[in-house]
Write a protein that binds this ligand. Structure first.
Ligand code: SF4
Ligand code: SF4
Length: 267
């Protein structure tokens, strides 16, 4: 099936963000691997940009805040669906990749990584806040975290304010792509990295799986380009700082959708 037909079929299937190219990043082989990989990531980025622009136009044209947020949620669901489908496809490429998938150590309740600063798109931050804002406990946890510099939170072992007491993410369905794409094959290395943070023994050698991050980066670049094309502030933000802003300024989302510069870029 040609690419145009694949796009149409994907759109008609109700999963318009499903991957339309069969070549997964991790499956590229041979001397032209890097070229094929870059081409594939470029295609993902372009698709994410096109589809995000369509949804952003609908969001900006919507009558009320709720409808606008629903449209933004379509961006997140689409981008994350695309990313997860790409990652699943890569893991299924060959025996080595299947073995790699089986060695992934990430589990619910394992949350050493949830002490790192999270880089997110503005849309991701808005949607995390939309979900979190329904919980008074989460409200209370955002302000103290925001008062500690992002790089200091890791060293001081400050968890992300979205992390629950049970070690599970309280906004799991809407967590940013950066959280989804951070995948390790050694939980003990993650623990060691956190426990030695800021000490003379600091050891950050965590064996992460690289390709989910490449896919996530390509898609988030597309999302940011779409924001810029629609004249919206388009930087990445640090999640906790952005949540603090959203918690303290109810007009922030509306002003961003109106084209104002509202958020502090990160890094
Ligand atoms: S990245 Fe490390 S700390 Fe985070 S869930 Fe995976 S194994 Fe656990
Ligand atoms: S948003 Fe959720 S997954 Fe991401 S760092 Fe915070 S608690 Fe962890």
């Amino acid at each position: 099936m040609g690419q145009a037909k694949q796009r149409k079929a994907a759109k008609d299937s109700g999963r318009p963000w499903a991957p339309v190219m069969p070549v997964a990043v991790a499956g590229a082989t041979g001397t032209n691997k890097a070229v094929r990989e870059m081409a594939h990531l470029g295609t993902l980025s372009k698709l994410a940009e096109e589809r995000t622009r369509e949804v952003l136009q609908a969001a900006c044209a919507a009558d009320d805040e709720r409808a606008r947020l629903d449209r933004l949620h379509d961006v997140l669901a689409g981008a994350m669906g695309m990313m997860e489908a790409e990652v699943d496809s890569a893991y299924g490429q060959n025996a080595d990749m299947i073995r790699l998938a089986k060695s992934v150590a990430c589990r619910k309740g394992c949350a050493f990584c949830c002490h790192m600063a999270v880089e997110a798109t503005i849309i991701e931050a808005i949607l995390v806040w939309r979900r979190a804002a329904q919980s008074p406990a989460v409200h209370a946890s955002v302000a103290p975290s925001a008062n500690v510099e992002a790089h200091e939170r890791w060293r001081k072992k400050h968890p992300c304010p979205m992390l629950g007491a049970d070690g599970a993410c309280q906004v799991y369905e809407d967590r940013p792509g950066g959280c989804r794409a951070f995948v390790s094959v050694d939980a003990k290395a993650c623990e060691r990295a956190l426990m030695t943070a800021g000490t003379a023994e600091e050891d950050l050698t965590v064996p992460i799986v690289p390709f989910p991050r490449k896919i996530e980066t390509a898609i988030s670049i597309g999302v940011r380009r779409a924001c810029a094309a629609e004249n919206l502030q388009s930087c990445n933000v640090e999640l906790t700082a952005a949540l603090h802003l959203l918690a303290s300024d109810a007009s922030a989302t509306g002003r961003w959708l109106a084209g104002e510069t509202v958020f502090t870029p990160y890094p």
